[in-house]
Design a protein around this ligand. Structure first.
Ligand SMILES: Cc1cc2nc3c(=O)[nH]c(=O)nc-3n(C[C@H](O)[C@H](O)[C@H](O)COP(=O)(O)OP(=O)(O)OC[C@H]3O[C@@H](n4cnc5c(N)ncnc54)[C@H](O)[C@@H]3O)c2cc1C
Ligand SMILES: C[S@@+](CC[C@H](N)C(=O)[O-])C[C@H]1O[C@@H](n2cnc3c(N)ncnc32)[C@H](O)[C@@H]1O
Length: 653
């Protein structure tokens, strides 16, 4: 994916590829306000929004973000004047196949100084052009911008949104038929809530007929300025469609109090705490150690890097979005702290021969995400003359322990840390309780998140989750003159961080089924040998055993487990016929253990996956649109393990 090719004509952006303008050169701002905000009657509809409610807008053709910025500004005005309930949130889905570069957006912003603050907020969170979903909070969390960088069909297909208002702002239908096809209109209907409205500047007959055929009641109204007509539409009767995967269908949640209990104070648990606290929740975190980050998340260093795969898989798309999101969160956390724990300097990755090209070809990664460095000083030090050096600018390295301590700090008084061992959990009268070794209740709440790393399946309701642990050891290496020249983290068969306070950290070994918690010479030698093979003569041998051992929480399929906890008994009953291959419409939607969620099995990439996973859970808990599409939701869902067995006709016992 590349940034849009834009020409500037009389100070206004123009697309030579589509032969069209981004917005009307005469009064673009007024036209946008008239066509999209006014015709969707946003002001009056927002007035009815109560505390904690949300409103969803989706736009086909996010472009320069003008419509978004105007909408956010209008929303901010309503917040300031108290016309919208507290904690009410605007979710804005901006779909874009050719993201406009930040430089071009900044140039557009120059046309409207009165919008500069809003544009600055947008630019501060604007992701690089990487295909997929990028959810970012603006206006202190009162706006969630979901940028979906993809063709409109790929963008809408894997969602089942309940959009309240649509802005159809593709280039002219005569110049860009792809954005105005019947298939697009059907996807718009599928992603609309009952009563959804829609507006567009065009009055083209085939657009009107296509929307009607998809189920919308369409009207022609006066266009802006000298334009005669434009289209508005409303979905009066939404078609009821059955999900093709009812076993992954999420239940609507309605909790009485905004209070949650989280078990585990590592990256998974504390990132969940932060996501909920930012939504006005109070959280109680139960941790068996004297402090946070004493287990896997206690390492002094680790890399923020996505899990890469040559094929454009759901997993690769999740990790790419997760890395960009984590990078954004870590920037925000670091800005609030004097103590340095996040080093957003990028990561050099050394690949054998053609792997880097294959990765780029497989995903269409832009250089803003992954760049092959043809010439680089680093090559002087690398043993393999055929190796390729790539650079991931959004990546970096961090102290997981420092991240956890800072997450605890920013949650402030909204987080209570209880240092106790959770031995059991049970649900009584709709509330989950955490019990200690004497069966005494430690904490109670309607919502509970299990985020206790390798112990995630120790409690009966989730004992069927296939979570285990994989030992790993990192090594601390004293810096020397040549090693200090390495100014960024490096990833290859292993990884090494740049010198900080005189030390590099290298790792990590991977030992399945090994419970030894002591440092071993054999593993230290293995790490040093990896370094020596890749960069001969650069690093000094530490001369003693030094580093840290930790246990990665992993699942059977090496993928994180994120979501609401299914009711295993109900699954066994409801889906027992599944292996007979009956149509999905035959089956009821999934049933859950209400209020119970899990964030586990972050494996070797918890710095990367924890933050986006936490946002997924928080969105499920407060009943808001998710930051990821259904494919990713299903990929990570705890229910996948049950479904695999049921599809094979196996018992769940
Ligand atoms: C050697 C090594 C190197 C790694 N390198 C990287 C890297 O470079 N990049 C990267 O992204 N990731 C890396 N990881 C992975 C990353 O550290 C983990 O994915 C992440 O820390 C997992 O976080 P967590 O919160 O799920 O688990 P943990 O950090 O283990 O947290 C779980 C918490 O739950 C608590 N707990 C458990 N049971 C109970 C109970 N019954 N009651 C109360 N509290 C309980 C534990 O004490 C612990 O504090 C590495 C891991 C290891 C081991
Ligand atoms: C008229 S511009 C949108 C202007 C934008 N709303 C603004 O505020 O600047 C149309 C946008 O639609 C995008 N687009 C065109 N075809 C698309 C497709 N098939 N899927 C998604 N976006 C598409 C273009 O890249 C362009 O940015």
């Amino acid at each position: 994916m590349k940034y849009a090719d834009i020409q500037w004509r009389d100070g206004q952006p123009y697309s030579p590829g589509y032969g069209d303008i981004y917005y009307s050169n005469a009064g673009g701002r007024e036209e946008s306000e008239y066509v999209f905000l006014r015709q969707n009657e946003l002001t009056s509809r927002w007035r009815d929004l109560g505390a904690g409610e949300h409103f969803v807008i989706a736009e086909t053709g996010f472009g320069t973000g003008l419509n978004f910025v105007l909408t956010m500004q209008a929303w901010a005005g309503k917040i300031e004047t108290g016309q919208i309930g507290p904690q009410a949130c605007l979710h804005y889905f901006g779909i874009e196949k050719h993201p406009v570069s930040p430089a071009d957006i900044a140039r557009v912003a120059g046309n409207w100084p009165e919008l500069s603050a809003a544009y600055e907020e947008l630019l501060a969170v604007y992701p690089p052009p990487v295909e997929g979903e990028h959810c970012r909070a603006l206006l202190g969390g009162r706006v969630q911008l979901h940028l979906i960088f993809a063709d409109v069909i790929d963008a809408l297909e894997p969602w089942a949104l309940q959009v309240d208002a649509w802005y159809l702002d593709g280039f002219g239908p005569d110049k860009n038929a792809d954005l105005w096809s019947d298939q697009v209109f059907q996807l718009i209907e599928k992603n609309s809530g009952q009563g959804a409205t829609l507006s567009t500047y065009t009055a083209a007959g085939f657009v009107r007929r296509g929307l009607q055929a998809a189920g919308f009641s369409v009207s022609k109204v006066k266009g802006h300025g000298k334009k005669r007509e434009m289209i508005t539409a409303v979905l009066e009767h939404k078609k009821i469609t059955q999900s093709p995967t009812p076993w992954y269908e999420l239940a609507q949640s309605h909790y009485q109090n905004r209070q949650a209990v989280i078990i585990g104070a590592g990256l998974a648990g504390l990132s969940c705490a932060w996501s909920l606290v930012q939504r006005g929740w109070q959280v109680t975190v139960i941790e068996k150690h004297h402090n946070v980050a004493q287990e896997a998340s206690g390492n002094p260093a680790g890399l923020l890097m996505p899990r890469l795969s040559i094929d454009n898989t759901t997993d690769a798309r999740f990790y790419a979005s997760a890395m960009l999101y984590a990078s954004h969160c870590l920037d925000a956390l670091q800005n609030q702290s004097d103590e340095k724990f996040w080093f957003h300097d990028g990561v050099y990755s050394i690949f054998k021969a053609s792997k880097a090209e294959k990765l780029i070809d497989g995903h269409g990664y832009a250089e803003q995400f992954m760049e092959i460095l043809e010439q680089h000083d680093l090559k002087k030090y690398i043993a393999d003359p055929n190796a390729t050096v790539s650079f991931f600018s959004a990546a970096g390295w961090a102290s997981p322990k420092g991240i956890c301590e800072n997450l605890l700090r920013v949650c402030g008084e909204s987080l209570q840390l209880i240092k106790r061992n959770a031995v059991d959990i049970r649900q009584q009268q709709n509330k989950w309780q955490v019990l200690d070794e004497n069966g005494q209740n430690i904490a109670t709440a309607e919502v509970m998140i299990i985020a206790n790393g390798v112990g995630a399946n120790q409690f009966e309701p989730v004992s069927w989750l296939p979570v285990s642990s994989v030992r790993g050891q990192i090594t601390a290496i004293p810096a020397n003159e040549s090693s200090s020249a390495l100014n960024k983290a490096l990833s290859f068969d292993a990884y090494v961080t740049p010198e900080y306070k005189g030390v590099h950290y290298a790792g990590a070994t991977y030992r399945v089924g090994d419970a030894n918690s002591e440092l071993t010479q054999a593993e230290q030698d293995e790490t040093l040998s990896h370094l020596e093979q890749c960069l001969p003569g650069v690093f000094t041998h530490p001369g003693q055993l030094t580093g840290r051992v930790g246990f990665r929480p992993v699942s059977d399929d090496m993928t994180p487990i994120i979501g609401a906890v299914p009711d295993k008994n109900a699954f066994a009953e409801d889906y027992k016929e599944l292996h007979h291959g009956r149509p999905h419409a035959h089956y009821p939607p999934a049933k859950y253990l209400s209020g119970l969620y899990v964030s586990a099995a972050h494996g070797s990439r918890g710095i990367c996956s924890s933050f986006l996973s936490a946002e997924m859970l928080a969105a499920m808990i407060v009943n808001q649109p998710l930051p990821v599409n259904r494919q990713i939701l299903e990929h990570l869902s705890p229910a996948r393990f049950l479904m695999r067995k049921l599809k094979r006709g196996q018992s769940l016992d």
